[in-house]
Design a protein around this ligand. Sequence first.
Ligand code: PEP
Ligand code: MN
Length: 345
Amino acid sequence: MIIVMKPDATRPQVDHVFERVRELGYQIHPIYGEQRTVIACVGDERGKSRLQSLEVLEGVESVVPILRPYKLAGVEWRTERSRIVLKGTLPGQEDLEIGNHRITVMAGPCSVESREQILQSADAVRAAGARVLRGGAYKPRSSPYSFQGLAEEGLALLAEARERTGLFVITEVITPTDVPLVAQYADILQVGARNMQNFSLLKEVGTVRKPVLLKRGMASTLKDLLLSAEYIMSQGNYEVILCERGIRTFEDYTRNTCDISAVPALHELSHLPVILDPSHGTGVRSLVTPVARAAVAAGADGLIVEVHPNPEEAFSDGAQSLLPEQFAALMEMVRKLAALDGKLV
Ligand code: PEP
Ligand code: MN
């Protein structure tokens, strides 16, 4: 349910509503808008009528149900698009804004492989204009015999690359127990497609005060994706970025079928920023740039792209990784398309 306060409701009236909602066993998620305060009350759906009775409290304008199953991720609670701001803390590092007419490009190798490889990648993607460095230190591989990542050593290398370049760092976390360690190093936590419905992991990243990039599972609907975002948000972490990265279909020319329509569809259903991963979305280097362009044209708030200084020798996902010069050309196109929409890269 949503409790809409009157525009002139006082602070004590709002606090009294909070108290009554908590007494009924519901969690409160307020939005303090310029006009009024709107309070989402989430919890057991069966007790909804008791919340309805709060309509008589001083300062309350109305109590309305949230019809969609994802309460906080949907547009009923928050009608304005969310934007996420990461504060620059290093010398010369500007704040990073995600959403709000920005196109945020995250780029780097699939896996952190060595100091030289990650620093070279970071220098290249930064020179081309990316603001966020990607690179997995914990890799969720289909085979247990494939490279599993450098773990904490990889995290430390990402931190070194951040110091050197001023890029923000995104990296994947694959188990709930690793969350505190990964959060010490990363600016943005990535939850991968294979873990989109790892509910204990979602709850754990929901307790961290860092943005989470949530990738769509390869057999998940948009509703499933938004319900997974809801797991994170219900823990109090509202900074979720949704990521389309392709789904499994009968088509096998591409690694996945990249669902471009997910971008505008998620914007209709949710206030959260939406980015697209054309690398996993296609699995084919030559298709990455065209699909990235399509995503930007469809209104994506950003891209996450795999780039490797020497893709042929990559430990993972070499076939879909761009060479640095190809990535620079992609950025040039993204800048042109962004300008058409009045957006900044
Ligand atoms: C990755 O980003 O390298 C990755 C493993 O992606 P996904 O979870 O989308 O497969
Ligand atoms: Mn990858």
